[in-house]
Design a protein around this ligand. Structure first.
Ligand SMILES: C[S@@+](CC[C@H](N)C(=O)[O-])C[C@H]1O[C@@H](n2cnc3c(N)ncnc32)[C@H](O)[C@@H]1O
Length: 273
């Protein structure tokens, strides 16, 4: 399926990957500090900050920490060892999991971001911040373009299940685009044990982003119907479940009540076709 909408909209979501990379450094997620440091080395120009101050919002770090760790739990609980992460941005999950040679991890993002990610990884290997490895791949692809996604599947053993992740992508897409991505993913999920893990399908996300507000579902029933109509069964993983494993709330001096408020009605969704 070919991309149908203008590229400008996607360009707007490229820098958001820097924001989430920053949030993860506060939570001290493995490799997040190194990734952010390398991004600064590559992107910073004299007198200019790579990520403007207004986009450094430490108070929402627990949200991103929970999302990251909950997706890791969903992978673990479903026994996933082959992972395709769409819109991977500057997430450290691939580097984290491929420390274990059992994993094969394919990261996909739009050309500009994935080229940058590859450079970051290579710099980390050169500086021996991470070991060189043959089980992680960085591929240029568009979630709206089935052929680019399908090509990346060549890295996997066809007889084993695959987990596809889209973390922090759906809110940037219109309902029509979400349906295209869902249909693309559905075509890739061939086996009963294959799964699709998503975030950003909640009704009231914490940070309003004016350009993308129209993309949100209007009710949880609306969301449920949307995915069921596309042929997915949906399992909810509540953010509250991970609260005791988070480090950023303590670091930020947040009370349990504040975190509970931040996590109210927030989920990661595990979908089966
Ligand atoms: C908010 S960032 C999330 C990055 C990462 N998943 C995380 O949670 O830290 C959104 C990412 O989506 C990517 N993106 C936006 N539109 C895309 C598309 N059509 N196909 C693939 N990636 C896309 C952006 O380039 C960016 O890296």
């Amino acid at each position: 399926m070919k991309e149908t909408t203008n590229d400008g909209q996607y360009q707007k979501s490229l820098p958001t990957a820097l924001l989430t990379a920053y949030e993860k450094t506060i939570a001290n997620i493995p490799f997040s500090q190194d990734i952010f440091h390398e991004l600064e080395q590559i992107l910073m120009s004299p007198g200019k900050s790579m990520l403007p101050e207004e986009l450094r919002i430490p108070s929402i770090a627990p949200y991103f920490e929970a999302r990251h760790k909950l997706i890791n739990i969903a992978l673990l609980e479903n026994g996933a060892t082959q992972v395709l992460e769409i819109a991977a941005g500057f997430s450290s999950r691939g580097m984290e999991l491929t420390n274990n040679p059992k994993f094969t991890y394919v990261e996909v993002d739009l050309a500009e971001n994935i080229q940058l990610k590859r450079k970051v990884f290579q710099a980390m290997v050169l500086k021996q911040r991470i070991s060189s490895r043959k089980n992680i791949f960085f591929e240029d692809g568009n979630a709206l373009d089935f052929s680019t996604l399908e090509t990346t599947m060549k890295h996997f053993d066809k007889s084993e299940p695959v987990a596809i992740i889209a973390e922090g992508l759906l809110r940037y897409l219109t309902l029509q685009e979400k349906a295209i991505v869902a249909s693309n993913v559905k075509q890739l999920l061939e086996k009963r044990s294959d799964i699709w893990i998503i975030s950003d399908a909640d009704i009231d996300l914490n940070r309003r982003i004016e350009d993308f507000d129209l993309n949100l579902f209007t009710s949880s029933n609306d969301r449920k119907r949307f995915f069921e109509k596309l042929g997915f069964g949906v399992e909810e993983y509540q953010y509250m479940r991970i609260i005791s494993e988070l480090v950023s709330p303590k670091k930020l001096g947040k009370t349990d009540e504040e975190i509970e408020r931040l996590f109210k009605n927030k989920h990661v969704y595990v979908m089966r076709a």
